[in-house]
Design a protein around this ligand. Structure first.
Ligand code: F7E
Length: 357
């Protein structure tokens, strides 16, 4: 991966510099659709980058911090991604990054995305997950000019529904966030809609319900469980400490969900879409199924309830109505809940076995 942003000062039209575009020639690069992704080191950033690269896009990823350790992971997993330094907390850096990459499409996946952490660092969460959206939209407005050719995707979240007012939740369900993360996402969502209505930006908000994969961080309950199940199966640990097993979530596969992000930006008009499977399961069911996938039936013996993992306010039930996405985008989830759990457990068993070898 090339991360030449810090090696070369910005210039008006970088796309044509041959040494920055891998195997593509300058002429080919000019014809390539260019995407700019924030949150490139996260699960969704990686799946989306692969999807867009497969479609012939040139892909830039925003990377923040000094010696960001996760940049190395991206470098080996996604060698085609060109990294650009910048931070959602720093408007000037976003303007420079957009001027540098000259994107056709911007996907804002960067956020403090762990709900539990947002209770401990609410101001940081509001700044990155909330104000960060405003800064990126301002940068697009300033760099793109008028009429603005840059298409924008905002990663909104089912956490915005929080204490749900109706079930299932759709694009029209009132918002009632239950965490600093949810509140920040509500701000980002409304700001996206407002920039669309005020400035005519092609700005879309994808209201994604929980989406998981073997690439999910281990702070989230699904991967925490599948990783622990693998270690318990191999005799490396005996139990896993969890919080509220009664919460219900609509869990899908992240690889399916990034396709919806891309589809939103290919439509004739910008709009907002719920992306979900339409099925809900309690955390307890996920745990039971994950243990069963590893051939362990007495799962309760291995689970300890620890109040440290309860949240000050919980989102009890989420289940999405994605009929608009199905109708307008032609999108539907491909991977079932059972398949998702089995895939994650199999992956983690392999990871742990590899460590032992
Ligand atoms: O928790 C319960 C926890 O942290 C799911 C993010 O991607 O999806 C995600 O947010 C449920 C909650 O995800 C543990 O209380 C029990 O009810 O995996 P999670 P989340 O909070 O739903 C939405 C759509 C986003 O946008 C977010 O960015 O599981 N739970 N025991 C636990 N959760 C965790 N993390 N750890 C436990 O030990």
């Amino acid at each position: 991966m090339k991360s030449l942003y810090w090696q070369t000062p910005p210039a008006p039209y970088w796309k044509l510099s041959k040494d920055r575009i891998g195997s593509a020639t300058a002429g080919e690069a000019r014809l390539m659709t260019t995407a700019f992704i924030t949150g490139i080191t996260g699960q969704d950033g990686q799946y989306l980058a692969e999807l867009l690269h497969g479609k012939g896009y040139r892909v830039f990823g925003l990377i923040s911090g000094q010696r960001n350790a996760r940049a190395e992971t991206v470098a080996s997993a996604l060698p085609f991604v060109e990294l650009v330094e910048g931070d959602l907390q720093d408007l000037a850096s976003l303007i420079a990054a957009l001027e540098y990459s000259q994107p056709d499409e911007v996907y804002n996946l960067g956020a403090i995305s762990f709900v539990a952490l947002s209770f401990k660092q609410p101001e940081l969460t509001a700044n990155i997950s909330g104000l960060g959206v405003l800064r990126l939209l301002e940068a697009i407005r300033l760099v793109g000019g008028s009429p603005n050719p840059i298409r924008f995707y905002q990663a909104s979240s089912s956490e915005m529904f929080g204490k749900v007012r109706e079930t299932p939740q759709s694009e029209l369900t009132p918002l009632h966030p239950r965490s600093p993360y949810g509140s920040a996402k509500v701000f980002g969502h409304h700001t996206t809609v407002n920039y669309r209505e005020s400035y005519g930006l092609f700005a879309c908000s994808g209201i994604l319900f929980n989406h998981e994969s073997p690439r999910r961080g281990q702070e989230f309950v699904t991967r925490k469980v599948t990783s622990a199940v693998a270690r318990i199966k191999l005799g490396l640990q005996d139990e896993v400490a969890l919080g509220n097993l009664d919460a219900k979530r609509d869990w899908g596969f992240a690889g399916d969900y990034v396709q919806a992000m891309h589809l939103m930006l290919q439509q004739p008009e910008p709009d907002d879409f719920v992306i979900a499977t339409g099925q809900t399961h309690a955390v307890r069911e996920f745990v039971e199924l994950a243990f069963a996938a590893a051939g362990i039936d007495d799962w309760e013996r291995h689970v300890r309830i620890d109040p440290r993992f309860f949240r000050p306010a919980e989102v009890d039930l989420l289940v999405g109505d994605a009929s608009k996405a199905r109708r307008v985008l032609g999108w539907a989830p491909q991977m079932s809940f059972d398949e998702l759990v089995a895939t994650m457990v199999a992956h983690d068993l392999e990871v742990e076995q590899r460590k032992l070898a």
